[in-house]
Design a protein around this ligand. Structure first.
Ligand SMILES: [Zn+2]
Length: 246
């Protein structure tokens, strides 16, 4: 991947009507994309559909809200396909109302992934809704290069995450939330990365797209009191530093 581009570190490319068009628009806009998947089958299908693309990395994932469907076959498939993939994602834990009932299955899957991730070869994009404390602790123990995607947890855990070497990826919906001003002050500038979480994250009711990633950078520039050029250079330096860990 060419590092001089802004990188969308979390985009559910398969969930758009036309993934190829979405990635074409991103490439034209000078944006590189980590195409997140939720299970090994989605990973394999998307890899086949997209072929090799200079500015796209397909990440292999085991989404926490699908944990009860991941038996020995899916886990074996995950580990068989993992050497082809640079990124791991989406993985993590979700103890919100949506995931509380499957917490134990999620922990089992996430622990298996982290045992592998602790070798440090794969950067991770991690979901932590309602389970921030546990996710941060597990990532710290694994010493894995990881990004907390769409962090909505308490500000009091940010320092611990930073001390554990974690990064935070911001999307357009986050920059418009009430929590944003305090979160962006709490996270050091050198730990900030970008994401769309498209098409699930929305801008005025419309799905966010990776070719609009500059809008996130613009919101960060405003929050930081910097111009867009400086902000872009800061984020690209963060991307390079983050990816150099794996
Ligand atoms: Zn996601």
């Amino acid at each position: 991947m060419i590092p001089e581009r802004l990188l969308d570190t979390h985009c559910h490319v398969s969930a758009y009507d036309d993934p190829v068009a979405v990635l074409g628009a991103a490439e034209q806009a000078g944006i590189a994309v980590v195409a997140i998947t939720e299970d090994p089958d989605e990973y394999r299908r998307l890899k086949t559909r997209l072929g090799r693309r200079e500015y796209v990395d397909v990440a292999i994932g085991l989404h926490p809200l699908r944990a009860t469907t991941f038996g020995p076959n899916e886990l074996a498939r995950f580990f068989r396909l993992l050497p082809q993939s640079t990124w791991i994602g989406e993985v993590g834990l979700d103890f919100s109302r949506a995931g509380a009932g499957t917490a134990r299955a999620q922990q089992k899957v996430f622990d298996i992934v982290l045992a592998e991730a602790s070798r440090g070869h794969h950067p991770l994009s991690v979901h932590s809704r309602g389970a921030e404390k546990e996710v941060i602790r597990k990532l710290a123990d694994a010493e894995a290069p990881a990004v907390l995607h769409w962090y909505t947890g308490p500000l009091t855990l940010v320092n611990e995450a930073v001390a554990s070497g974690l990064y935070f990826s911001f999307n357009i919906a986050m920059t418009r939330s009430r929590k944003f001003p305090s979160l962006i002050q709490a996270v050091p500038r050198d730990r900030v990365l970008l994401e769309t979480d498209g098409p699930f994250a929305k801008v005025q009711g419309r799905a966010a797209h990776p070719h609009e990633l500059n809008d996130v950078a613009t919101a960060l520039a405003q929050a930081w009191g910097m111009n867009l050029g400086e902000t872009t250079r800061t984020i690209i330096a963060n991307q390079n530093r983050f990816l150099a860990q794996s």
